[in-house]
Design a protein around this ligand. Sequence first.
Ligand SMILES: NC(=O)C1=CN([C@@H]2O[C@H](COP(=O)(O)OP(=O)(O)OC[C@H]3O[C@@H](n4cnc5c(N)ncnc54)[C@H](O)[C@@H]3O)[C@@H](O)[C@H]2O)[C@@H](O)CC1
Ligand SMILES: Nc1ncnc2c1ncn2[C@@H]1O[C@H](COP(=O)(O)OP(=O)(O)O)[C@@H](O)[C@H]1O
Length: 297
Amino acid sequence: MNIISNIKFLEPRVSNGYKNMYGRCLVVGGSRNMSGAPVLSGKAALRSGAGLVELVVPEPAYLPASSSEPCYMVTPADADRTGKFSKDSVDEVLASAEKADVIAVGPGLGIGENLQLLISELIKVPEFNIVIDADGINNLIHIPHWPNMARANIILTPHPGEMKRLAASISMEYSPDERLENAAELSLESGTIVVLKGAESVVAFGEDCYVNNTGNPGMATGGSGDVLTGMSAALWAQMQRNQADEDQLRNAFDAAILAVYLHGAAGDIAEDKCGTAAMISSDIIEALPQAFRTNGM
Ligand SMILES: NC(=O)C1=CN([C@@H]2O[C@H](COP(=O)(O)OP(=O)(O)OC[C@H]3O[C@@H](n4cnc5c(N)ncnc54)[C@H](O)[C@@H]3O)[C@@H](O)[C@H]2O)[C@@H](O)CC1
Ligand SMILES: Nc1ncnc2c1ncn2[C@@H]1O[C@H](COP(=O)(O)OP(=O)(O)O)[C@@H](O)[C@H]1O
């Protein structure tokens, strides 16, 4: 195991920079009763510097998502009777995905066969860079032999409950107390970057592991993982644009480390302002500008 402590920050923007230089992020998520989750991811992606952010959500989530923030674009897609993405929506989502530098999939998606089809179509595409979180993970585990099927570059961001399910899906031993070992093994077995969330989140790229020291228990509130998802996508989009390095998984690793660090730093700023009990996920997004500025970005 190699413990990594180096954090790569974003390069300063060039004076003649324009939005396309800073990456286009797509958030694929939402359902009738979880329209807030992709909104949190989309807002966090904007506040983390993505040049363009698009949300694609099933039709019942379109109005709440589009009225929550004017700075991202929202595309409605076909929904089934339960208010989740339908089978017909898969091609609509793929059309948006082809335009994106990084795709974040999962927040508020729900679980079902159509969603498993959607995820399997996304992970098959070698050119795609994908952050898979929340119900993205809860669907991924139902796709037989998913690590063999995956050709895209992938960051997985499980909380400990999701980590346990991911481990079971590939017949991997799981022990809640061995966080570094679990994250490293899942990364090696699946060829993905793994962010195992919780106090002292672990980011693993095979045997290379980073252990985070920012954040606090006030972040144990609904939606704070959705914020991290949007941040990871935005930082990855900017890092791939700013580096000649073609190794997308290395870029993804650097982006995931920076995202986890800044997410915790913003959580600490929100805690100073609100306290641990009263803070909510939106407070973490509000604290992002200060977290970026404190770190010279
Ligand atoms: N405003 C919204 O629309 C929100 C939507 N959300 C969405 O709700 C969906 C379900 O996410 P959940 O995480 O609630 O559901 P999950 O079913 O993934 O997780 C809940 C279960 O997992 C286990 N678990 C969760 N966190 C754990 C931890 N830290 N340690 C150990 N076990 C743990 C527990 O057994 C728990 O009952 C996702 O799509 C998510 O994006 C949530 O993020 C909350 C906010
Ligand atoms: N005690 C804690 N200390 C530091 N960070 C925490 C703590 N509790 C939760 N977090 C962070 O908050 C986020 C919670 O994510 P997650 O469990 O996916 O929530 P949700 O599904 O509601 O969005 C993770 O990034 C996690 O690392």
